[in-house]
Structures are given as structure tokens and as C-alpha cells.
Design a protein around this ligand. Structure first.
Ligand SMILES: CC(C)(COP(=O)(O)OP(=O)(O)OC[C@H]1O[C@@H](n2cnc3c(N)ncnc32)[C@H](O)[C@@H]1OP(=O)(O)O)[C@@H](O)C(=O)NCCC(=O)NCCS
Length: 275
């Protein structure tokens, strides 16, 4: 995964984190979500905790902050081995530090859990194991209505990247899953099961999915002025409102499938729409 080069000579404190997030658009009472690289900022005074404290202050008073704390990433892991209290996050030191912070609560999903701290942390993370099913290559509740990813969109969270680009954007899967459901709904009812069976299914080799390059699409969002940028030490923060991200992503994928999908998925997409 891409991350900016650090300048470890730059000391970074919580005030710099607060200033960076505020300059990126964080407001009082906000929900602030971030992906990030610890090293990209410089020498962060007290590590991930400083970033948590600075982010909380940027959304104060009554704000909520959250990070992805994904666990499942290698085929030798089994979903039933996921323990919401102990399974580590594999998406970097900031994320693992966030998960381990005593203030943090984590959503219960083996593939796409998030952790949150602050006013609405429980509300944001609750029920991830109980929401309505929506097909994804991972768990059926990962991105469905009622999941934390759905709430980030409903609440229009400020979605940020510290020293990394939008290639790491997990919210992209929320868009992909909804588009797959939309395409299937357009297909002849008699053909839906067959089309559905050709998608990626968890634990089954092969299959199709509308994976697209969210890094390249992110570049486009920057050029179009949809992304605010700011700095924390030597790192760039990219920030976009979640609803803007979701709406713009889905519009581009709907309008320009040839530009974003591979030819196998395009063929499947065409079969959904031909009568
Ligand atoms: C992969 C990724 C985490 C790598 O970033 P990174 O900064 O190199 O690694 P981490 O954030 O885990 O931080 C660990 C690094 O910080 C350094 N570090 C430790 N304490 C530090 C501190 N107080 N201040 C600054 N750096 C510190 C460590 O030495 C380590 O660097 P090293 O590998 O050179 O030894 C990052 O590029 C990324 O992609 N982050 C987003 C991931 C994500 O959310 N993915 C979603 C699903 S795709």
C-alpha cells in the first residue's frame, strides 16, 4: 500500500493533529474517520494515542472518531476464529493502537470491523453481526444497511486519509456491493440466481466483483475539488465527506463502467442489463 515518505525529524504533537483535521474540515460534533500511516507524519510524540487525542479534540465537543480495524486478510484464517476483543488489526500501527485504546469500542465483523471512540461510538459500531445480508466477497453483513459503513454514510462522516491515498479506501466496497445489488435487480428474475452464482463467494476460488482503482478515482476527486487537503507534520491529509464520496463513486461507476471495470465483470454487467 502507498504511504508518503516520512520526515522523522519533524516532531508531531496532538495540537498539530487537531489543527490538521480542523483545516481538513472537521467540525464540532463531527464523526471523523481516518485511514493512515504513522510514519508519514514525522515523529509522533506518543504514537497512535496522540493522533487519537488530536482527532477527538478536532471533533470536540461531542464528536466521534473511528478507524478501520480489519482482521481477516490471509486464507489460513477462519472467520470463526475472529474475537472482537482480541483479534489484532492488520491495517497499520495507527489502527492497532486505536483498537487497543481503552476508550475504543469495536464492531463485531470478522472481515470489516471498525473501532470508534467518543460520543456516538457505541451507536456507530453496534449490530455489525446482526444487520440485513448484502452480498460481498467477504461477510454478508460487512457493508449492509445497519453496518458501521452504512452509518458513516448516513451520518456523512468526514472520511480522511493521513499520508496514504484513496487506494486504501475501504468505503469503496460499500459502493461496489450496492452496485452489484442494483445490477442484479435489473436482470431478468429467471436469470438472477445464475448471475449471482458467478460473483465472488467467500471461501470459493474465482468469481467476479466490480473492483476498481479507487486511487485513480481519488485523483479525479482531487482535480474536481471534492477533496480538502491539509497537513499533519510531513503528511498530507485528504478529506472528503462520506456522502460525496459514495454518490460521486457510484455515479462514475454507473456512467463509465468501461473505464473502471475489467472485461470479465463488464460482460457480467452487460448480461444483467440485456433482456
Ligand atoms: C501499510 C501502512 C499502514 C504502512 O504505513 P507505515 O507508516 O509504514 O506503517 P504504520 O502506520 O504501521 O506505522 C509503523 C511505522 O511507524 C514507525 N513508528 C513507530 N513509532 C512511531 C512514532 N511515534 N512516530 C512515527 N513513526 C513511528 C515504525 O517504526 C514503523 O516504521 P518502519 O516500518 O519503518 O519500522 C500504510 O501505508 C497504509 O496503507 N495505511 C492504511 C491501511 C488501511 O487502512 N487499509 C484499509 C484496507 S486496504
Amino acid at each position: 500500500m502507498f504511504s508518503e515518505k516520512d520526515s522523522t525529524s519533524i516532531p508531531v504533537n496532538a495540537q498539530m493533529v487537531t489543527d490538521g483535521f480542523r483545516a481538513a474540515g472537521a467540525a464540532p460534533g463531527d464523526t471523523l474517520f481516518y485511514h493512515g500511516s504513522l510514519r508519514s507524519m514525522g515523529m509522533v510524540e506518543d504514537g497512535p494515542r496522540t493522533v487519537i487525542d488530536g482527532a477527538l479534540e478536532a471533533a470536540a465537543p461531542h464528536g466521534t472518531i473511528a478507524m478501520p480495524t480489519l482482521w481477516y486478510h490471509v486464507t489460513s484464517q477462519r472467520p470463526e476464529d475472529f474475537d472482537v476483543r482480541t483479534s489484532p488489526s492488520w491495517v497499520g500501527a495507527l489502527s492497532e493502537g486505536f483498537r487497543r485504546d481503552p476508550r475504543s469500542v469495536r464492531s463485531n465483523n470478522f472481515s470489516h470491523s471498525i473501532s470508534a471512540i467518543g460520543q456516538r461510538a457505541f451507536e456507530l459500531t453496534s449490530g455489525h453481526d446482526k444487520c440485513a445480508p448484502l452480498h460481498t466477497p467477504w461477510s454478508e453483513t460487512a457493508f449492509s444497511d445497519g453496518s458501521p459503513w452504512w452509518r458513516l454514510n448516513e451520518w456523512n462522516a468526514l472520511y480522511c486519509f493521513i499520508g496514504v491515498d484513496m487506494l486504501v479506501c475501504t468505503m469503496k466496497h460499500y459502493c461496489e456491493a450496492r452496485l452489484v445489488a442494483e445490477y442484479l435487480a435489473r436482470a431478468e428474475p429467471s436469470r438472477r440466481d445464475a448471475l449471482h452464482s458467478r460473483l465472488i463467494h467467500f471461501g470459493v476460488p474465482g468469481g467476479l466483483w466490480p473492483s476498481y482503482n479507487s486511487g485513480a478515482m481519488g485523483e479525479l476527486f482531487i482535480v474536481r475539488g471534492l477533496v480538502k487537503t491539509a497537513r499533519i507534520g510531513s503528511a498530507t491529509i485528504l478529506a472528503i465527506r462520506t456522502r460525496t464520496f459514495v454518490e460521486e463513486t457510484m455515479t462514475l461507476l454507473r456512467n463509465e463502467p468501461e473505464k473502471w471495470y475489467n472485461k470479465e465483470f463488464l460482460e457480467w454487467h452487460r448480461e444483467c442489463t440485456c433482456k
